[in-house]
Every structure is written in C-alpha cells, then in structure tokens.
Design a protein around this ligand. Structure first.
Ligand SMILES: *Cc1c(COP(=O)(O)O)cnc(C)c1O
Length: 360
C-alpha cells in the first residue's frame, strides 16, 4: 500500500482506519450478503447506519434536542439558496463577506430577489482576515457567516453574538471544534472536507426556525420536509452517510471533538511556526489573529510562482499532494483537516525547511 499525504482542500483526506473498515464490509455488509450501497434506504440494515450517524453527530457535536440534524444533497452550494428560501421573512438579510463562498451565498440571495446587506467585508485586503467587531442588526431575518474560509485560510475564533438567527456555513471546519449552540440557529456543511465523502450535506437547524418555512417552497427544498421524515423523504445518499457514520465513530475513538480540536491546534502550530520562523521565505496569507486551523494558505517570498511550482512538484515526488493554492489567489495551501495526521504535517514542515535553506 502506498498512501500519499493528501493536503487537498476537498474532497479531502479520510482516515485510513475508516477506509479500511468500509473496504472490509464493502461486498458483504456484516453478514447481510450485500453491500450497504445496494440496500434499500427503507431496510433495517440501512436504518441502523442512518440512525447511528445521526446519533453520533448529536452526541459528539453536543447538538441540543431542539435542533434537527438533516442529511441533504446538492452540496453546501444548494444551502446558499435554501437558507433564504426557507428562513427569509421579507425583512433584512445580513451577511459577513469573508471570501468567495460568502460572496456566492450573497449572490444566491440576490437571485431570489432579496437585497442582502453586507455588514462587514475583508475584500479590500484580499480576504486576509475576519473583520473585527462584526455587528448584525437585531431585527435582521438572519445573520450569515462562513466560519472557515477554505481558500484564504481564515477562520472565526468565536462566532459573533447576534439577536438575529445566526446561520453558519461550516463546510470546511465542521466537527473540528465544539460549537457554542447558544449562538447558532442553522449550521450547514458539505461533508467532503472534514466529515466524509462528497454527496451528503449536513444541516443542523433549530426546530423553532422551521416555523418560517412557507408552502410556496418546493417540497425537496424545504427543511421541514426532511425534518419530518428524518431525512428519509426520498432516497438519501446512503453510502456517503455510511462513511460519515464511520468517521463519527473514528472521532469518538480519538476522544471526541475536544481531543480532535487539540490535535488540530498542534498540527496548525507546527505549520504556522514553520512559516513564521522562515526568515520571510514563507509568507502566510491570513493575518495572524485570523489564521485557520484547517487551511494554511501561504506564498514564497515575492510570490515567486516559479519557486512555488517547484515546491509543489517536489512535494508531489515525496508523496505530499494537493498543495497548490486555489486558482484565485495562487501560492500554496495545505489543508490539514481532522483526518490529516501529525506525521503528514511533520513531513511537510521538514520539506519546507529544507527547501527554504536550499533556495534562499
Ligand atoms: C467547499 C465549500 C463550499 C461548497 O461546497 P459544495 O458542497 O461543493 O457545494 C461552500 N462553502 C465553503 C466554506 C466551502 O469550503
């Protein structure tokens, strides 16, 4: 077996133990004589997997009972539209613009005929930070943030306190730290960065918020449709949910989300120290107090594209892939989600240090 260290931003690394368990049970699921992929979504065999995934999310992410956990499709991008379709009331909808994903969410609200208010933006400084003192109106229909900005490598250290319902796009940092649910009314994430394979979108929504959903919203696009049927209104992405259940078990085995957070902090510290101690050879994109623990975006001094490409190529040779920065900002990006091992980060730091010495 020759596994690379996968620093790709998404779909991203999945723990080896999870892949191996799925492999072991792929053809004959625990003696059932068929794969979980082939089982009816109405079967007892699938039902157990579905409920285990839901139960483990509630347990490990400490989701209070007055929230529903939904498994939807269409990716986080569909949530950009579902949020306004379901919970806008005709008043103000407010957004913090911290990067491309927030901008895309704002665009969808406009398509739906709303006039989204951008209460804060870090666009002017190349999205290198989370704006300070973001203030949402108390009477907004909702307040919208992107907790981790996958491309720019910035992340909220705490969510803003709002009177208006807070909506969080946590696509790239779900399950990486404990969430203060007293602040959040709706949190969503495509699973393929930190929670499993592509194909399932996790939505965690306060029950009370669902009273806003209007009959004019098509059935499949209503949160209530899926909440009422435990995400079994139609065929859910069964295999993706199965892998998600294994990932939740893996998190539990690691000691839960607090333990995962600690490990994430250690990994990120190794990488940011390597940048900070490089005598300016490496330059981080994010301002220090906005640095993401999930995506470390950086350049080589003077944005030397040739040296950057050389480092990416060398890393690939050494079994470290996915380090090319997003096409919109260039440079390099190391995505170090929950499943990235410390060993992987150490290998990268090692390479970065040698590379800096040889090319300074
Ligand atoms: C990747 C990403 C998305 C888009 O997710 P899809 O599932 O591909 O639609 C949205 N928001 C953030 C923060 C992301 O990182």
């Amino acid at each position: 077996m020759n596994r690379v260290f996968n620093f790709g931003a998404g779909p991203a690394a999945i723990p080896l133990e999870v892949l191996q368990e799925a492999q072991e049970h792929l053809v004959d699921f625990h003696g059932e004589g068929l794969s979980i992929m082939e089982a009816s979504h109405r079967s007892k065999m699938y039902d157990e997997v579905h409920n285990e995934a839901l139960g483990l999310i509630r347990e490990l992410y400490k989701v209070p009972e007055d929230y529903d956990i939904l498994f939807l499709q269409g990716g986080a991008s569909t949530q950009f539209a579902m949020v306004p379709m379901n919970i806008a009331l005709g008043g103000k909808v407010e957004y913090a613009d911290t990067g491309s994903w927030s901008s895309k969410a704002i665009k969808e609200a406009k398509i739906l005929g709303l006039d989204p208010v951008i209460v804060a933006s870090s666009k002017e400084s190349g999205y290198d930070r989370i704006p300070e003192n973001i203030t949402f109106s108390d009477d907004a229909d909702y307040a919208y943030i992107t907790s981790n900005n996958t491309i720019y490598g910035t992340q909220y250290k705490t969510y803003p306190s709002t009177k208006a319902p807070l909506v969080v796009d946590a696509s790239s940092d779900i399950f990486s730290y404990p969430v203060d649910w007293s602040k959040v009314d709706l949190l969503f994430a495509g699973a393929q960065k930190n929670a499993g394979p592509s194909g399932v979108t996790i939505v965690i929504i306060k029950k009370a918020l669902q009273s806003r959903v209007k009959d004019s919203v098509p059935s499949m696009l209503r949160y209530t449709t899926h909440a009422e049927k435990d995400s079994l209104y139609n065929t859910p992405p069964t295999f993706a949910i199965y892998i998600l259940s294994l990932i939740m078990k893996w998190i539990k085995g690691k000691g839960g989300i607090e333990a995962i957070q600690k490990s994430n902090e250690e990994k990120a510290t190794l990488l940011y120290d390597a940048i900070d101690n490089s005598n300016g050879f490496y330059v981080g994109h994010a301002q220090k107090d906005s640095r993401s623990l999930m995506n470390v975006s950086f350049n080589i001094k003077d944005k030397d594209a040739e040296l950057e490409a050389k480092l990416v190529a060398l890393a690939t040779q050494k079994g470290m892939i996915g380090l090319k920065g997003h096409r919109s900002i260039g440079g390099l990006r190391a995505s170090i989600y929950n499943a990235m091992t410390k060993e992987g980060v150490e290998a990268l730091v090692d390479l970065m240090q040698t590379f800096a010495k040889e090319n300074s």
